[in-house]
Ligand binder design. Structure first.
Ligand SMILES: NC(=O)c1ccc[n+]([C@@H]2O[C@H](COP(=O)([O-])OP(=O)(O)OC[C@H]3O[C@@H](n4cnc5c(N)ncnc54)[C@H](O)[C@@H]3O)[C@@H](O)[C@H]2O)c1
Length: 374
């Protein structure tokens, strides 16, 4: 089963195609988009075999393809790696009509996306996400960029792709911990905007013998389950598609995608990236829901239900014991979700609904950080 969604912004419109095995349709889509120049395939090093397979397929279909790989990990979102990509493309004669294909997780998507946004003042970009996080979040919406030694994602540009092709078969090789971190974002999309998605995730978790990190579910052999999971992923992607279509440049609603990120980012940074982004977001979602309870915005039952679902997908919501609470409070003030000196909190009011509040008293946040209890 394949789901085709469309991002429509004030400046552009592009398909986001989600399905098991959809990579085999890439050549046809590129031809339909008239991307006939050289294709610069930039792949995560762990996906070299997939990249070579894609290149073979595209060459057979008459495209010119060049491949390079990116070392796995966040440190590749750097000036050095970007510079290397520029050198590679310029030395090999990139032209304006060419396209960059980004095959990998959010790291490759952000880095290759930024290279595409800036080289020759911008060439076409196609996102081929290979992690759950990149499928439901990073590959859609046009945010590209690299890190600066002083902070994450500080250098970047909005550059919408021409196409996003999310092939869920790729998840079969994703390490379990990365898969779990991706589920955190899927659950987040359910809470912020799609109660039915949340309920579908609950139902899935209650299936006999279900285990969120079982790679075999994504395998071509497991057609029934892969189809069911792919439909859920497509639903989570749809949330991102709708939000960015309504608010391309994060002037309003797009901020709701940052549910769980205010405290999540602070934890990520303070623990020196020991925990993955999704793992920190899960803890941050729990804290945000407890803030909402303290303010009387939602019942304590929501916290319990969210905790139960996160746990079913292998995610802990406990604040790490060695976390310096005061340092979290200090960092929150510097978060990018601060506007005119006020922290903008994304807080749930019900499953599928959030509000943005800039008037959360400091002592409420302090109390929530002091305990894991509702
Ligand atoms: N642009 C956006 O809107 C946006 C949104 C959210 C996150 N991000 C960015 O995304 C990045 C995180 O992305 P991520 O979680 O995808 O991590 P990642 O790109 O680092 O990938 C995680 C790990 O999985 C490996 N991997 C990827 N696909 C694989 C596959 N199919 N099989 C086996 N191994 C595979 C990678 O080599 C890496 O080791 C961060 O830099 C974050 O800032 C961007």
């Amino acid at each position: 089963m394949t789901t085709t969604l469309t991002v429509t912004t004030s400046t552009t419109s592009y398909p986001v195609i989600v399905g098991a095995g959809v990579l085999s349709t890439l050549a046809g889509h590129l031809a339909a988009l008239e991307l006939r120049g050289t294709l610069w395939l930039i792949a995560d090093e762990h996906l070299i075999a997939v990249a070579e397979h894609i290149a073979g397929m595209l060459s057979t279909a008459g495209f010119r393809v060049r491949i390079t790989t990116i070392p796995s990990g966040e440190q590749s979102k750097s000036f050095n790696e970007l510079h290397r990509l520029y050198d590679w493309m310029i030395e090999n004669g990139i032209e304006r009509r060419d396209a960059v294909l980004a095959l990998g997780g959010g790291v490759v998507g952000d880095l290759a996306g930024f290279a595409a946004a800036t080289i020759l003042r911008g060439v076409a970009l196609v996102q081929l996400p290979s992690t759950l996080l990149a499928m439901v979040d990073a590959a859609v919406g046009g945010k590209t960029g690299i890190n600066h030694p002083l902070g994450k994602n500080l250098i970047g540009a909005f550059h919408q792709p021409r196409l996003v092709l999310a092939d869920t078969h790729l998840l079969a090789t994703l390490p379990p911990r990365e898969l779990r971190a991706g589920w955190a974002e899927v659950i987040k999309h359910g809470i912020i905007r799609d109660a039915e998605l949340f309920f579908a995730l609950e139902e899935l978790a209650s299936s006999q013998g279900w285990h969120a990190t079982n790679a075999a579910y994504w395998d071509a052999q497991n057609i029934e389950l892969t189809t069911k999971l792919t439909a859920i992923i497509a639903r989570a992607v749809a949330v991102k598609v709708e939000v960015v279509s309504r608010d391309e440049f994060e002037r309003g609603e797009r901020i709701t995608l940052n549910y769980g990120h205010t405290i999540g980012h602070a934890i990520e940074q303070l623990l020196g990236y020991r925990l993955l982004h999704g793992e920190c977001v899960a803890i941050g979602m729990d804290a945000a829901a407890r803030i909402a309870v303290a303010l009387g915005l939602c019942p304590p039952a929501l916290v319990e239900r969210q905790r139960k679902l996160l746990a079913a997908y292998g995610l802990s919501t406990a604040l790490p014991t060695d976390l310096d609470r005061d340092a979290v409070l200090a960092l929150i003030g510097r978060d990018k979700k601060v506007q005119a000196g006020k922290v903008r909190w994304i807080l749930p009011t019900a499953i599928g609904q959030v509000v943005v509040r800039s008037d959360v008293p400091f002592d409420v946040v302090e109390a929530v950080l002091a305990s894991d209890q509702v």
